[in-house]
Design a protein around this ligand. Sequence first.
Ligand code: GDP
Ligand code: MG
Length: 213
Amino acid sequence: MEAIWIYQFRLIVIGDSTVGKSCLLRRFTEGNFSDVSDPTVGVDFFARLVEIEPGKRVKLQLWDTAGQERFRSITRSYYRNSVGGLLVFDITNRRSFEHVQDWVEEAKMHVHPFQIVFLLVGHKCDLESKRQVTRDEAEKMASTCGMKYIEASAKNAVSVEESFTILTQEIYWRLKKGDISIQEGWEGIKSGFVPNVVHSSEEAVKPGRRCSC
Ligand code: GDP
Ligand code: MG
């Protein structure tokens, strides 16, 4: 049976190279981890369904930067057509943390006039003995940038589900409140297939029919 979802959210994963972005995506979508990670990622997007409320599912379309993670090499459309993102640094790599603010600036500059909801992820928390960034300073940075903070490990499957779920919930909440709205010609959020329900947005679909997205 075809999966039924009420919305599709397009999310991006950004941060310095080698912080573990591709591994996080692979853990979340395929449930596995490989120590040998190919820096040139063949596929550039992943997808997964998330249950947002009992019986209500959101399809996440997840885009990987596929080896383009140098500043200014990521295209404008990558940011503009996304509603949310994980901003990842490696807790054992101080420089990747120092670049968080640069990533935020870069995203802000490109995304205007839309907005992206970010979650800051302190990654590789399995390597506690090699930690170079304290949880406290990371939380302060997140708060300064208006984000939530979580520590995760793709290797040990710690808080990977939570990272994506928290971000999805936050976007869903903002959508319900009206802070974010679906817009024609914007790929960030799309309405999906909803049997026997017409929802209030402009892109609502008729009962039992699939929209053109
Ligand atoms: P990307 O360049 O940000 O996409 O990083 P990758 O996902 O390719 O991972 C870079 C390196 O970090 C690889 O050698 C991975 O095996 C390693 N790595 C990724 N996630 C974790 C993790 O959670 N813990 C540890 N210890 N290593 C990780
Ligand atoms: Mg990668």
